[in-house]
Design a protein around this ligand. Structure first.
Ligand code: T5A
Length: 217
């Protein structure tokens, strides 16, 4: 038996963590076994890499170096958390995955696209998400939400420091991925209240699971 793999993507403060927790609880109440996890992170080794990346310590080594670190964290995360959970028939909900690498570590001129594609294939060994929810909202609103959330924590991470134009370009890059892969990606208007967004995601998730159930897999 194999489970299902849903990822949540979008810019800073788009509401991914908020929605993943709501949908996770919703699915548990429906009787599904659910694993909620995140990238970079999800294992001891990957959380250590997360610290190196988000503190900005790897920034001076360049985008390629950072991309390799994200991929290394992903390999460990897949081996230790995602693959075992899917093999046990669980639903895995992951906060960020391959699309974040494509968007954040890709450069504006797509110079390193081939390298990133190769790195992605090597890291995920076929573990593609069944559905990717792309939470879309203007970068300015997302950054304001992230600023508000941060009041409860402490520091701005390496990628949150990038200016509004960079954050808005990332939003467009996520939308381009969604347009290129409509089977996998669902764009969710995240510029609404939390409950409205959750209802959409829950409906899409239930429809998917029903289709799979009806098809006998
Ligand atoms: N990264 C990651 C890469 O560069 N490459 C990669 O391959 C990967 C995997 C991760 C960073 O690493 C980069 C991208 C990131 O910069 P992170 O801390 O995990 O760092 O960053 P985010 O995922 O961006 O986390 P955020 O917390 O900033 O964003 P979320 O999870 O999208 O937002 P959330 O749910 O925490 O909400 C933020 C605030 O808004 C409120 C929440 O209550 C919270 O206070 N909120 C809403 N307010 C109004 N209306 C709504 N609908 C709301 N939804 C949430």
């Amino acid at each position: 038996m194999s489970g299902y793999f849903f990822t949540f993507e979008g810019g800073e403060g788009a509401g991914k963590s908020t929605q993943i927790n709501i949908v996770g609880e919703f699915l548990k109440q429906k009787g599904y076994e659910v694993v909620v996890t995140r990238e970079p992170g999800g294992t001891t080794g990957s959380e250590a890499i997360r610290y190196v990346l988000l503190s900005g310590n790897a920034q001076k080594m360049g985008r390629c170096f950072e991309a390799v670190l994200f991929a290394a964290a992903r390999i460990d995360h897949i081996n230790e958390v995602i693959a075992p959970a899917l093999k046990q028939g669980k639903i895995v909900l992951c906060d960020r995955f391959i699309d974040s690498t494509r968007v954040y570590q890709g450069d504006e001129k797509d110079n390193n696209r081939c390298k990133l594609e190769l790195l992605e294939k090597t890291a995920i060994v076929g573990y593609m998400p069944d559905i990717t929810f792309i939470l879309d909202l203007p970068a300015k609103i997302g950054m304001a939400r992230a600023d508000k959330r941060r009041e409860k924590t402490v520091t701005v991470d390496r990628f949150e420091k990038d200016d509004l134009a960079v954050q808005e370009a990332r939003r467009q890059a996520f939308l381009e991925i969604a347009a290129a892969e409509p089977e996998r990606c669902r764009v969710i208007n995240a510029n609404r209240n939390i409950d409205e967004i959750a209802k959409d995601i829950e409906q899409i998730t239930l429809n998917f699971l029903k289709r799979k159930n009806d098809a006998g897999n």
